[in-house]
Design a protein around this ligand. Structure first.
Ligand SMILES: NC(=O)c1ccc[n+]([C@@H]2O[C@H](COP(=O)([O-])OP(=O)(O)OC[C@H]3O[C@@H](n4cnc5c(N)ncnc54)[C@H](OP(=O)(O)O)[C@@H]3O)[C@@H](O)[C@H]2O)c1
Length: 364
């Protein structure tokens, strides 16, 4: 009986985030993810948050006190005028991304902008145009793209190990009971499953298959009129035999795994596919192998809760090198994903535009 040669998978080439150059970050909109970003910077990178801008003096000062920041401001323009930082991380609701990023770029600072990048592809194109014109770094904080796990996926795909890709499936479902005061359910804040959760499966499909074409979407709306559950089917020119099936929902927690099927084998991202974790490959000849994630133990370079460190480190490397964008999340990729989100939403609900900014009247 002949024994099968062991299956060997590439390991991640992503550098330890602690080795990236140190930056002084200014943080805008100190909510849930801004807190995680600030804490992760301190734990798992050489960079630090040094300033914060909120719409309220109390919230800015409380955030600065809790996290040991040097300066707190009750408005973004006041923070930009004061300076004393190298780059700005924006973590507001989607509806505020475009205007805030524009304001920061116009003041001459590099920007790391939370996902979904903007409300529409038009807004994304506008920001990219401005960053190009001003020669400033701009990147979507789609943290998954910078994780060691996604680097392994890209290497496996580039090796051709899986054969021809025929199918990709990815889901992001979380249970957010209807609450009209929460940004996820508020149309004026860019609520809905697609922009918050669907951006992960769509961005994953765009990374694996290239720009999505022939996109069809079917979905349901919440009582407030934002998309609640959306199923997307899509193709791609680069992989004509492949079809993508992408699900997002605000109404139920899903397994949130993802799978790529090739003519020679399949690649599986179990658990939350968009978070740190292992990569498993099962070949049709029966051989299997997996690559553990360096963040899966606290002995690794960073802990399992420090996934945001990789996007921060990539931004720090690129900004220090004078680059305007990252090859891991290019301007083209961001706009292509926003176009796919626009196309999906147009089939499920009315297209969105950014409402007039009246922050004091909107929900927190
Ligand atoms: N990468 C990830 O894993 C991840 C996870 C969660 C969320 N996100 C993204 O991060 C962004 C924020 O999400 P979050 O969950 O952190 O939200 P959040 O906890 O509601 O915080 C957002 C902050 O934005 C400010 N804000 C609220 N309404 C605003 C408005 N109308 N205009 C301007 N500022 C407003 C508030 O701060 P002040 O009132 O103090 O200014 C609020 O604390 C979203 O784009 C989301 O998709 C990313």
């Amino acid at each position: 009986m002949t024994s099968r040669p062991p299956l060997e998978l590439p390991v991640s080439a992503v550098a330890d985030p602690r080795e990236a150059p140190p930056l002084r970050w200014a943080v805008v909109s100190p909510g849930h993810i801004a807190t995680q970003f600030t804490e992760t910077l301190g734990r798992a990178t050489a960079s630090r948050a040094v300033a914060v801008a909120s719409r309220s003096t109390e919230r800015a000062e409380a955030f600065a006190r809790t996290h040991g920041l040097d300066a707190a401001f009750d408005s973004l323009p006041r923070m930009l005028a004061a300076g004393g930082f190298d780059a700005v991380y924006i973590a507001s609701p989607h509806s505020a991304h475009h205007q805030m990023a524009r304001t920061v770029l116009e003041a001459g600072y590099p920007v790391l902008l939370e996902k979904a990048f903007t409300m529409t592809a038009d807004e994304a194109r506008d920001l990219v145009g401005l960053a190009r014109e001003r020669g400033l770094f701009l990147m979507e904080a789609l943290w998954s793209r910078f994780l060691p796990r996604f680097d392994v996926v890209r290497s496996v795909l580039a090796s051709g190990l899986l054969g021809e890709i025929v199918s990709l499936r990815a889901t992001h479902g979380q249970h957010f009971p209807f609450d009209p005061g929460h940004r996820l359910h508020a149309p004026q804040l860019g609520g809905g499953a697609l922009l918050d959760l669907g951006v992960y499966p769509l961005s994953f499909a765009q990374m694996v298959l290239g720009d999505l074409t022939e996109l069809t979407a079917s979905g349901t709306l919440t009582p407030a009129g934002v998309d609640e559950t959306v199923h997307v089917l899509a193709s791609s020119t680069a992989h004509p035999r492949a079809r993508a099936s992408l699900v997002s929902t605000l109404a139920a927690r899903a397994g949130n795994d993802a799978e790529i099927l090739g003519t020679e084998g399949r690649l599986v991202l179990e658990g939350m596919f968009f978070a740190p974790g292992e990569v498993r490959v099962e070949m049709h000849d029966g051989s299997t192998a997996s690559v553990p994630d360096p963040t899966s133990t606290h002995d690794g370079p960073v802990g399992p809760d420090d996934g945001l460190a990789y996007e921060a480190a990539e931004a720090a490397r690129r900004i220090t090198a004078g680059d305007l964008e990252s090859p891991l999340m290019t301007w083209h990729d961001t706009i292509a994903v926003m176009e796919a989100l626009d196309a999906a939403r147009a089939q499920v609900a009315a297209p969105r535009t950014t409402p007039d900014a009246r922050p004091e009247e909107t929900a927190r």
